[in-house]
Design a protein. Structure first.
Length: 79
């Protein structure tokens, strides 16, 4: 009877440990989709939008100080 209780106790301790190790290794897999990478790339990209730079002033446009920037997508000028 003592031997049975020792083995049963060992199994009760070992099964949760084995299960936790399995779950830990299963969830460490990289499950990042292409959509996530596309979103990260979009956030990290340059947001100038292809606008045109005009004049000489104090606004930074691709490393050059200009008077204003004409936005390529919206008919707005930033001064």
């Amino acid at each position: 009877m003592k031997r049975f209780l020792k083995r049963f106790g060992l199994v009760l301790v070992a099964l949760p440990i084995i299960y936790l190790l399995y779950c830990d290794s299963h969830y460490k897999q990289n499950n990042v989709s292409d959509l996530v990478f596309d979103n990260i790339e979009a956030l990290a990209s340059n947001e100038t939008g292809g606008g045109m730079c005009f004049g000489s002033g104090s606004i930074d446009c691709d490393g050059v100080k200009v008077l204003y920037i004409q936005d390529a997508f919206v008919n707005n000028c930033y001064e």
